[in-house]
Design a binder for this molecule. Structure first.
Ligand code: GLU
Length: 419
């Protein structure tokens, strides 16, 4: 049977736990899931009929604070996947040291096959199902794959309507007009850029590096744009329909702008087509310095990992690398900058948004970006230093997991078991 996301994340955990000699009872506590909500609920379609959908919200661990994590709408969502992603959120929040535990939610649905009204119905009904467990002190959802600021606005409104007053702190990633944070939309991509900048600080920087980006949604398009602004040459971009090769570099800012206005890369290529259309698989094995998987999980496998030419894998998606591929990268001396620090910019600015919502204040975009740089760089430097001081060839992922696990264990020990 092929490796599932939960297999990947649990194997990474146990590897890290072995390396730091984690006590057996902590191993059990850290792999236990605090709370799982599974629901099947009806959604009215535009023609008056209704369909039943299945959704989940998982709290992995809340020792360090309220549960935090996105909600994804995608056809391949499963309970195991949501559990894996919730566990990653626990370590991610701990690595960047924001005071949250880990959660994730998902609905098995293809949002592209729904009208806007149907998507609103689905979101409002799912929010109603989640109401017993979400709240600004308990569990704060955010966007993830297939969801966006508008979906968060519906979640916020539905939750607020049943309270009788507006509760802006119940979700993050809201539209700025509703108390969303300046800089949240670009935060994941910007955090990826800051981490790569720091990683290459003593190695010549980002300037002139060739980069291939897989996925051109809110994360991939922004990171492509920002890396280009830092002087990188973005030679490959792709979405689920098309992969494009620009030997001398694409105008990533223009392409990002184009998709932000609702266009697709296929349309972009029709309008600006001076490039080569390549196979989707060619993006990750392109002859570049850095590959940025910014689409779905498990795209780097034992099949393509031996053919990767880049020396750096910047994990923008959650879980893009299977364990088999991770081992191959280690063997081949390819550096993987792991998801739980690389893409932590999103949840970091979610934390800033939550703080602003709870204090009814607004930070400037400059302040948000500066604080983001500070937290995510500190997270990266902590794991890089830890990796350097380890004797036995540990990877950055190992070091990130050690830091994440140790911080959660420390909080757990301080709190004790009650009742
Ligand atoms: N969905 C994003 C992630 O995977 C952001 C989560 C959040 O902001 O709570 O990190």
């Amino acid at each position: 049977m092929s490796e599932s996301m939960l297999d990947t994340v649990l194997a990474q955990f146990h590897r890290a736990a072995d390396q730091i000699g984690l006590k057996e009872d902590h191993r059990e506590t850290m792999t236990a899931f605090k709370r799982i909500l599974q629901t099947q609920f009806p959604v009215e379609r535009d023609d008056g009929s209704f369909d039943i959908y299945e959704g989940y919200r998982v709290h992995h661990n809340v020792a360090r604070g309220p549960a935090k994590g996105g909600i994804r709408y995608a056809p391949m969502v499963s309970l195991d996947e949501v559990k894996a992603l919730a566990m990653l959120m626990t370590w991610k929040c701990a690595v960047v040291n924001v005071p949250f535990g880990g959660a994730k939610g998902g609905v098995i649905v293809d949002p592209a096959a729904m009208s806007r009204g149907e998507l609103e119905n689905l979101t409002r009904r799912f929010t109603t199902e989640l109401e017993p467990i979400i709240g600004p002190d308990s569990d704060i959802p955010a966007p993830d794959m297939g969801t966006n600021a508008q979906v968060m606005a519906w979640v916020m409104d539905t939750y607020s309507m049943s309270r009788g007053y507006t509760v802006p702190g119940v979700v993050t990633g809201k539209p700025v007009a509703l108390g969303g944070s300046a800089g949240r939309q670009e935060a994941t991509g910007r955090g990826l850029m800051y981490v790569l900048q720091d990683h290459l600080r003593d190695a010549g920087g980002i300037q002139g590096r060739k980069v291939a980006v897989q996925g051109f949604g809110n994360v991939g398009s922004v990171v492509a744009k920002l890396l280009q602004m830092e002087g990188a040459v973005v030679t490959h971009i792709s979405d689920k329909d098309i992969a494009l090769h620009y030997p001398t570099g694409v105008d990533a800012a223009a392409a990002a702008n184009y998709v932000a206005q609702g266009g697709t890369l296929t349309e972009w290529n029709e309008e600006h087509g001076r490039c080569e259309v390549v196979d989707a698989g060619d993006v990750l094995t392109a002859d570049v310095d850095v590959i940025v998987p910014a689409a779905v999980e498990h795209v780097l496998t034992e099949e393509n990992a031996p053919h990767v030419k880049a020396s750096i894998v910047l994990e923008a998606a959650n879980g893009p690398t299977t364990n088999a591929a991770d081992a191959i990268f280690k063997e081949r001396d390819i550096t993987v900058i792991p998801d739980i620090v690389a893409n932590a910019g999103g949840v970091t600015v979610s934390y800033f948004e939550w703080v602003q919502a709870r204090q009814y204040v607004r930070w400037s975009e400059e302040r948000v970006n500066e604080e983001l740089r500070r937290l995510i760089t500190a997270g990266y430097q902590t794991i890089a230093a830890r990796q350097m001081s380890a004797k036995d060839g540990a990877t950055l992922r190992d070091a990130a997991n050690w830091i994440g696990i140790e911080r959660v264990v420390e909080a757990t020990e301080l709190r004790g078991i009650y009742p």
